[in-house]
Write a protein that binds this ligand. Structure first.
Ligand SMILES: [Zn+2]
Ligand SMILES: [Zn+2]
Ligand SMILES: [Zn+2]
Length: 517
């Protein structure tokens, strides 16, 4: 297969050279000035760039006529004949020779005659009144009268001289006596027959013949009785442009050299060659060194055909900035940096102030039968509240009303880090403190108010014993008693009432009160 192709190329190349030489010498085969083909009655198959013209062509032949006495003429066709004369008269014949175009005449003719015997008689007459029978008897009679009869007359007798006398007919006066004079034959009728004469016809024969058909030409011909016309459509064509066939590559272009292709014109067979541009290198590239943000890379182009290589620098790439967050905690500031992940270059940096304040709004609540819990206060070093989105707050028991210690876990997120557990208490009323003896008029002693306390129970005991008794329940923080006689020990506790029951704080320290002096 490969070998065949190669051979074909060699052959084709030789052909191209020849064709090119021929083409340059001859007139344009295809193009605006290309000549028309000869006219043909075959309609050409339309191809590209073919102009076809059609025209009506005529051929004719003419009819010649002639006549002859001969019934056939070489090369002529007899189409008619006529009798144009007759030969000499022939006959007679007794039969009717009619037919065969003969001219026939006939005539009747007498073939024989019929006769009868007539009996002849005579007598003499004197022209007036005397009749006699025979001249010899009556010589003075001058007029001889003759009588003829078809039948013999009756014999009357004989005259004196012995002549037989015959009585003829009576004329009113007398009978004639007539004398025989013999007989004679008298014509009665003729017998006829027909006889014929004829003349043989002299024929004239008419002939025609057609001439040879004329060569077809564009001269219009009209048929007549003596002219036959044949017409046909003729075609001619010319090629207004080449119709180039498939391209055959003669010389393959390379990366750096042009090639040559040839196309044969389907119309005229001319070979049109064309330079095939050089292909240029077919580079395939590969990055042989990746660029970074600090160092250019290298792209190496290798021609897959000729293996030539070209190297090109690849520009350094942009820094791969990433947002790097160092979370701020209670212990240190954090930061948000835009930092190149490759080379570490910092494009921007923003400090996140550390969490300076992290506390509960209150750490202790006096039990009061209601839910008691603190809020958290979280501020940075600027004294600004840190937005709630940066932390979650979890109460160990957010709904508790009961006395106890509870935790609040603050867990930072986002740009803040760390977890802090804070505690608060729900407590009994506080231990009463600040008990002091007051020597003002009417006041026995007082104590500091206990936040939230609803009242106070005051217990006293003799100073030398330990027998405390509740002596008063006060809603304020003082107790009047101006009649103290001996020293006493006092202890006080605060209370709140929850659900009808008192909840007490711790007793205060025992304080010894002395009577006024
Ligand atoms: Zn052509
Ligand atoms: Zn190449
Ligand atoms: Zn970088």
């Amino acid at each position: 297969m490969k070998k065949t192709v190669k051979l074909l190329f060699v052959f084709f190349a030789a052909f191209v050279v020849t064709a090119l030489a021929a083409a340059s010498a001859s007139a344009a085969s295809c193009g605006p000035d290309a000549p028309w083909s000869a006219w043909s009655d075959t309609k050409p198959t339309q191809t590209a760039n073919m102009a076809v013209e059609e025209a009506t062509f005529y051929s004719y032949r003419t009819k010649s006529t002639t006549s002859s006495s001969s019934s056939s003429l070489d090369g002529w066709t007899r189409y008619d004949y006529a009798v144009t004369g007759y030969g000499s008269k022939q006959g007679p014949v007794t039969y009717d020779p009619s037919g065969n175009d003969r001219k026939v005449t006939s005539e009747r003719y007498v073939t024989s005659s019929n006769y009868k015997t007539v009996y002849k008689y005579y007598h003499w007459w004197d022209g007036s009144s005397h009749y006699t029978v025979a001249w010899s008897q009556w010589g003075s009679y001058q007029y001889k009268q003759t009588v003829e009869t078809d039948n013999p007359l009756e014999l009357r007798g004989y005259s004196s001289d012995g002549t037989p006398e015959y009585k003829y007919y009576y004329n009113g006066t007398n009978y004639w006596v007539v004398y025989p004079e013999g007989t004679r034959q008298v014509w009665v009728s003729d017998n006829y027959a027909t006889r014929y004469y004829y003349q043989e016809p002299i024929y004239t024969y008419y002939f025609y013949k057609w001439s040879e058909w004329s060569a077809y030409s564009q001269t219009e011909q009209t048929a007549t009785s003596t002219k036959q016309v044949s017409q046909k459509t003729m075609y001619r064509y010319r090629y207004t442009a080449h119709d180039l066939g498939a391209e055959t590559v003669m010389t393959q272009p390379t990366c750096t050299k042009t090639g040559l292709s040839a196309r044969a014109c389907k119309n005229c067979g001319d070979i049109i060659t064309k330079t095939i541009p050089k292909k240029g290198h077919t580079y395939k590239s590969k990055i042989t060194r990746q660029p970074t943000c600090v160092e250019p890379g290298v792209r190496t182009y290798t021609c897959s055909v000729c293996k030539k290589t070209v190297k090109k620098e690849i520009k350094t790439v942009d820094h791969t900035y990433k947002r790097v967050v160092v979370k701020a905690t209670t212990a240190r500031n954090g930061s948000i940096k835009s930092k190149c992940a490759v080379c570490g270059k910092v494009a921007s940096s923003k400090t996140i102030r550390r969490i300076q304040t992290l506390k509960l709004s209150k750490t202790a609540f006096l039990v009061n039968g209601k839910v008691r819990k603190p809020t958290v206060i979280i501020r940075n070093t600027n004294g600004k509240d840190i937005a709630a989105k940066y932390y979650t707050v979890t109460y160990s028991n957010a709904k508790s009303k009961a006395i106890g210690t509870y935790t609040v876990t603050v867990k930072f997120k986002g740009i803040y880090g760390g977890t802090k557990v804070l505690t608060y208490k729900i407590t009994r009323p506080a231990q009463v403190s600040g008990i002091e003896q007051i020597y003002e008029k009417g006041i026995y002693f007082r104590w500091d108010k206990v936040s939230g306390a609803q009242g106070y129970e005051v217990f006293i005991s003799p100073a030398n014993a330990n027998e405390f008794k509740k002596v008063a329940t006060q809603t304020n923080n003082r107790l009047k008693n101006s009649n103290l006689k001996a020293s006493i020990k006092v202890k006080i506790r605060a209370y709140v009432v929850i659900d009808g029951k008192k909840v007490y704080g711790s007793f205060s320290k025992t304080v010894t009160m002395k009577p006024f002096k």
